[in-house]
Write a protein that binds this ligand. Structure first.
Ligand code: UDP
Length: 164
């Protein structure tokens, strides 16, 4: 569907993961449906089980924090989906749709969010989203190193895919 582009905010790409808990619970399809019905365009998708080294690299900024070992054990416990997706304001829009990091808190303050619906606690929280344009670029290239879409350089090229 081609619709008018709102030029007041820019089109962006972001990296989402559907984490092992949600995949194992059979919720990946529901989450992808929520993604698409909220106007994100899924540009690339990968079904993969992370190795310990890959998970440590992806979450390198958290190395040394008390929750890091649990996070790595969780993220390598089963397959995930990595999704490169686009929408106007994709980074903040996806984080809003996911809800707060802790699924218990999400159920209290944002009960319709994906982490409220599909996650369990502070670690098993169903999904991931990049938190800035820099991390989006790094994280997209982590999973899709061969990506050569012009949108990674000129995001305006994606306008034909924008959904309301
Ligand atoms: N996490 C955890 N314990 C914490 C905080 C975070 O296990 O106290 C995990 C959780 O899975 C989270 C991930 O580490 O999604 C990355 O944490 P971050 O603070 O970047 O939260 P996010 O950006 O995912 O909301």
């Amino acid at each position: 569907m081609v619709v008018e582009l709102d030029t007041s905010v820019s089109n962006e790409f972001t990296l989402a993961m559907i984490k092992p808990d949600a995949v194992a619970a059979g919720k990946a399809r529901d989450i992808m449906h929520a993604i698409e019905s909220n106007g994100f365009y899924i540009i690339a998708k990968k079904y993969i089980q992370l190795t310990e080294a890959e998970a440590k690299e992806f979450y390198g900024e958290h190395e040394g924090k008390p929750f890091f070992p649990n996070l790595i054990t969780f993220m390598t416990s089963g397959p995930i989906y990595a999704l490169c997706m686009s929408k106007i304001g994709a980074i903040s829009a996806w984080r809003a749709l996911m809800g707060p990091t802790n699924s218990k808190e999400a159920r209290e303050i944002k009960p319709t969010s994906l982490r409220a619906l599909y996650g369990t606690d502070n670690t098993k929280n169903a999904c991931h989203g990049s938190d800035s344009t820099n991390s989006a670029r790094r994280e997209v290239l982590f999973y899709f190193p061969d990506i050569s879409f012009p949108q990674l350089v000129d995001q305006g090229d994606l306008r034909k895919y924008i959904k309301k």
